[in-house]
Design a protein around this ligand. Sequence first.
Ligand SMILES: Cc1cc2nc3c(=O)[nH]c(=O)nc-3n(C[C@H](O)[C@H](O)[C@H](O)COP(=O)(O)O)c2cc1C
Length: 222
Amino acid sequence: MSRVLCSGPSHATAEIEIVVDAMDRECSSAAAELIHARRTVLPKRLLAPGPDADQLHSLLGAAAAAPDHGRLLPWRFVIVPCAERASLGEVFAGALRARDASATTQELDRAREKAHRAPLLLLVVVDGQCGDPEVVLAERILSAGCAVQNMLLMATAMGFGSALTSGKALGSTALRQRFGLHAGEQALCFMSVGTVVSRRAARTRPTVPDYCSTLGPAPIHP
Ligand SMILES: Cc1cc2nc3c(=O)[nH]c(=O)nc-3n(C[C@H](O)[C@H](O)[C@H](O)COP(=O)(O)O)c2cc1C
């Protein structure tokens, strides 16, 4: 255990003490390795076998460890089993036809085909209305993102590839109806998990200074 003491300004009457339980070195380097090993592998490159029943349970269980302000459980997942892939394909094709009446047969077939990729496919849904209205949508989506990342990392640890995919069909009435979304819910993305058959070259990731700065002293106003 390491102890970090964060003292307030000298005039403060009380000191704020933050105790951080540091994971041991071995555990933290394993975590870093796992985090940096996760990469998007597009659904068309994910084949069977997918997670078995126990693995699926562990994957979904990882989501429950996400931070969740107010314990609203503002997200859920809907698994799309093999038997329902064709019907999801029709939703994708219908959504395309609804926004582009001139879509060709080939384009519609391509939209349908997307529903058949990856052995595990699930929809990520956020609820913007359940529970305490003080917990705004941004917080709920952030919680959903944490749950999703937990699952992606767990999938990576199990040796599977994974991907998140979005697309215009997510906001379509047909998809909302097919997945039984109620008025306050929003489809965020699909998650695909499976065995990697091939992968793209890794992307160059941003470096810490690209996304982190330190707050300077407050400007002094006369
Ligand atoms: C909510 C969300 C939706 C995404 N949708 C797509 C998508 O539709 N198509 C795609 O190729 N990648 C999609 N991605 C994956 C990103 O393109 C990918 O994470 C990014 O290129 C970084 O690569 P990496 O995950 O390997 O680090 C999505 C990512 C997020 C977070």
